[in-house]
Design a protein around this ligand. Structure first.
Ligand code: NAI
Length: 334
């Protein structure tokens, strides 16, 4: 039976990177049935909805989606489709593993970190209003339920994967109630996992610690906004946004997507690096029970990274998006 997967191409570089990744996945020998449905501004043109009903129904049917980046208008326009999809399907855990690839020059080798980001609340609640002209209020929502759930996700992942340390990242010195609650929930959950060392760091200090000594961290758990910022910082530690994967996980559905956005500056130029989405697809292959295919693609990807000329421009190579995909497919078949 083929795996039914919802494919959301996205916009900007989305079409180019999803096409490259689908070609690679189809070349693994695993059978997929892709249900391709757009979301965002392009979907609105066709369906008059930013998240078409057909997309919702498809994800409810397949339970798994692979998604390209979707542009969010700045300072107005429609609300982030990414955030809406995460809320709609209760994809409460944003899982972002960060590790080096061969031959990508970075300050630190052998990085092996996991950022676990709460995906449904905090300042992403979208609750903003103008109190009086010139004064705007933005509500940060933190609940015991969501904070406990994300802490438990981080500790359970750590236990299953023999991780040694979990740090809860916060700003409870200033936001005493909201981040204080987040921290209390982390502490309570930590007590159930005595074999895992528990630590707490304030978010601004964490940024400095990460660039000076990233090895002190293992798994980090944090609310939505800190997770957004820290995970981009971590991407920078291993070579940039074109390289790191992410998974949005809930009880019933999962959406796999790259950390990066739609990169309008390089869209349509065959310049985008599909590695981040490909590594997200590796997480997806494991999630759907295809670990052998995941290993095959990972080995091929690492082989390609041994030859700089085969890489895309953002990581010092000369290849375009589609040539890079050809190289990964060739490496898989050799
Ligand atoms: P961005 O991640 O799109 O781009 C930042 C920089 O990284 C740019 O210079 C871009 O060329 C480069 N870059 C990103 N991905 C790359 C790749 N695969 N290969 C090579 N270079 C790459 O961030 P930006 O410009 O802040 O956001 C653009 C749009 O994307 C915004 O509308 C934003 O809301 C949206 N976005 C969507 C996300 C999603 O769909 N999950 C996540 C982040 C942003």
């Amino acid at each position: 039976m083929p795996h039914k997967i919802t494919l959301i191409p996205g916009d900007g570089i989305g079409g180019e990177v999803t096409q490259a990744v689908v070609r690679i996945l189809d070349a693994t020998g695993v059978k997929f049935e892709w249900e391709t449905i757009q979301a965002g501004a392009e979907a609105y043109e066709k369906y008059k909805e930013y998240i078409p009903k057909a997309l919702t129904e498809s994800i409810e049917r397949t339970h798994v989606a692979l998604k390209g980046p979707i542009t969010t208008p700045i300072g107005g326009g429609f609300a982030s489709i990414n955030v809406q999809l995460r809320k709609q399907f209760e994809l409460y855990a944003n899982f972002r593993p960060v590790s080096n690839l061969p031959h990508i020059p970075t300050r630190y080798p052998d990085i092996d970190l996991v950022v676990v980001r709460e995906n449904t609340e905090s300042l992403y609640s979208g609750l903003e209003h103008e109190v009086v002209p010139g004064v705007v209020e933005s509500l940060k929502i933190i609940t015991e339920k969501a904070s406990t759930r994300i802490a438990r996700f981080a500790f359970e992942y750590s236990r299953k994967n023999k991780r040694k340390k979990v740090h809860s990242i916060h700003k409870a010195n200033i936001m005493k109630l909201s981040d204080g609650l987040f921290l209390r929930c982390s502490r309570n959950v930590a007590k159930e996992y005595p074999e895992i060392t528990y630590g707490e760091h304030i978010v601004d200090n964490t940024c400095m610690q990460l660039v000076m000594n990233p090895y002190q961290y293992d798994v980090m758990v944090m609310e939505n906004l800190y997770g957004d910022i820290i995970s981009d910082l971590c991407a920078g530690l291993v070579g940039g946004l074109g390289l790191v994967p992410s998974a949005n996980l809930g009880e019933h559905c999962a959406i796999f997507e790259a950390v990066h956005g739609s990169a309008p500056d390089i869209a349509g130029k065959n310049l985008a690096n599909p590695t981040a989405l490909l590594r997200s697809a590796l997480l997806m292959l494991r999630h759907i029970g295809e670990p052998d295919a995941a290993l095959k693609v990972r080995n091929a990807l690492e082989n390609v990274y041994r030859d700089r000329d085969k890489l895309t421009k953002d990581v010092g190579g000369k290849a375009g998006t589609s040539e890079f995909a050809d190289s990964v497919i060739a490496a898989m078949q050799s």
